[in-house]
Design a protein around this ligand. Structure first.
Ligand code: PDD
Length: 285
């Protein structure tokens, strides 16, 4: 039986109910985290907690819980070896629909669940992803991990309808990020270019370790926005996220990147990323 967490209790999925007056439902007034699980260990939990607390702070939502303990309990209760833990915090339940926030002592709604998913042996690592570019029409605080994911979801469906894997979104012809991943390229002269951390992108947890591993492999890293043309002309392109880890991108708008196969640096970064997070989770679990 699948066990989920809701407001302090671990209950069967069918028993977890949230009010229709929850701010998360009515206003997307909620933030979330997705944490990967490999060999039964949570990956980079501390960084997820840091980002969650920042997102909560930016929206003035007050919520305290032992986040790692919730995630660990869900992994154990559901016997999860590989997959994800999803954790969401909303501003809580209102008496009636109202743009104004409820009283500050309103308890937040906190829920979490675990989900199986193949991460390490994802066959896409061998083939790479194909992406389209589309204008980034999301709001201008993409650094906060809110549950306002409708535009990202619309873009994902455009990708699916076009028979490709994802969309890289652009502002003024500069790539911001994928629908749910950070975007990176490696130029022909061996420089890894990744959008700077600002309000246009989510500060990815996977991105941090990815850039560290790239530096350890001898690549220099430039944190700046890159154009669609620069991406098409790059030697390699790839994404990072908790769900796909490090994943090559082999085609942008039908244009092949490099020789159209996953790049050699990308393969190495994925390998060393996996080795690093598995080493770290063994020592901290
Ligand atoms: N998304 N950018 C966006 C817009 C994202 O939604 C995500 C993650 C990332 C990568 O962040 P991280 O490395 O911390 O996973 C970048 C999660 C996985 C999701 O919505 O499912």
């Amino acid at each position: 039986m699948r066990i989920v967490y809701l407001n302090g209790d671990y209950v069967p999925k069918s028993a977890a109910k949230v009010s229709v007056f929850d701010r998360g439902l009515l206003f997307s007034d909620a933030v979330y985290e997705v944490i990967s699980v490999i060999n039964g260990h949570l990956i980079d939990m501390e960084r997820h907690v840091t980002r969650l607390e920042r997102s909560l702070g930016e929206l003035s939502i007050t919520a305290f819980a032992d986040w790692p303990a919730i995630a660990r309990t869900l992994v154990a209760e559901n016997g999860l070896q590989e997959g994800l833990v999803y954790l969401q915090v909303s501003r809580g339940v209102m008496d009636d629909r109202d743009y104004r926030w409820p009283a500050p002592d309103t308890p937040p709604t906190i829920f979490a669940f675990a989900q199986q998913r193949v991460l390490v042996e994802n066959p896409m690592a061998a083939t790479g992803m194909r992406v389209l570019t589309r204008p980034d029409l999301r709001w201008q605080r993409c650094d906060i991990k809110t549950t306002q994911l409708l535009y990202a979801s619309l873009m994902k469906m455009e990708a699916v309808a076009a028979g490709v894997d994802d969309v890289w979104m652009t502002r003024d012809d500069l790539v911001t990020e994928g629908t749910s991943q950070n975007a990176h390229i490696i130029s022909r002269d061996g420089v890894l270019i990744s959008h700077q951390l600002d309000r246009a992108i989510l500060p990815g947890v996977t991105r941090i370790e990815t850039l560290d591993q790239a530096k350890a492999l001898g690549l220099s890293v430039e944190e700046r926005a890159f154009s669609v043309d620069e991406a098409k002309d790059a030697a390699e392109a790839f994404i990072s996220s908790s769900t796909l880890l490090v994943m090559p991108v082999v085609e942008i708008d039908g244009h092949k990147i490099g020789d159209g196969k996953p790049g050699e640096y990308t393969r190495k970064i994925r390998q060393s990323y996996l080795a690093a997070v598995q080493r770290a989770s063994c020592t901290t679990a």
